[in-house]
Write a protein that binds this ligand. Structure first.
Ligand SMILES: Cc1cc2nc3c(=O)[nH]c(=O)nc-3n(C[C@H](O)[C@H](O)[C@H](O)COP(=O)(O)O)c2cc1C
Length: 161
């Protein structure tokens, strides 16, 4: 049986909600990325500084992770879409762990439901990987059942990978 690790970043809990759901599957482990530098949680700076940090690929100061991604065949990258791309925590993770040769699945959360560009960017940032399924979730905390239905399909796809 192949092992799967979901590596995710969540600023406001939506991607964490997806990760909590997927980690109920016995073959899926999850590790949340944490960083030193985040935008303010509220106000103007939230979108402005957060969006800028993603577009400019700023170094967020990734904290060490506990699990070893090398022990897994399948990696699920989970993240919120920030300014149409992946957030700095994911960029910093991929810089440290290029994930070459692994099956990559993507779970992208957004408020618009439009994650195509962010997903494409995440694929471009993992050139040595085998790109498998991707799901786009619209703020899972607002409609958990819709998100869980898509995640169930993803879990089935991962089982067959
Ligand atoms: C800095 C920032 C930038 C964002 N940019 C976008 C965006 O470009 N498109 C979009 O649909 N949602 C955008 N959002 C909304 C989040 O992607 C969305 O609410 C997501 O579900 C949050 O996931 P999280 O709770 O795991 O952080 C942005 C949110 C933040 C904080």
């Amino acid at each position: 049986m192949k092992k799967t690790l979901m590596i995710y970043y969540s600023f406001e809990g939506n991607t964490a909600c997806a990760a909590d759901f997927l980690s109920q599957y016995p073959d899926i482990d999850a590790e949340r990325l944490t960083v030193e530098k985040e935008p303010p949680k509220k106000g103007f700076g939230k979108f402005l500084l957060g969006g800028k940090s993603a577009v400019m690929k700023e170094d967020p100061g990734l904290r060490p992770i506990e699990k070893d991604p090398e022990e897994y065949d399948n990696i699920i990258l989970g993240f919120p879409v920030w300014a149409n791309t992946y957030p700095p925590a994911i960029g910093a993770f991929l810089k440290k762990y290029p994930m070459n040769g692994k099956n990559i699945f993507i779970v992208a959360c957004s408020s618009s439901g439009s994650a195509t560009k962010a997903t494409d960017n995440a694929r471009k940032a993992t050139p040595g990987c085998l790109h498998k399924g991707a799901v786009s979730l619209t703020d899972p905390l607002k409609d958990k059942e819709a998100a869980f239905a898509k995640l169930r399909e993803l879990a089935e796809e991962i089982e067959k990978a």
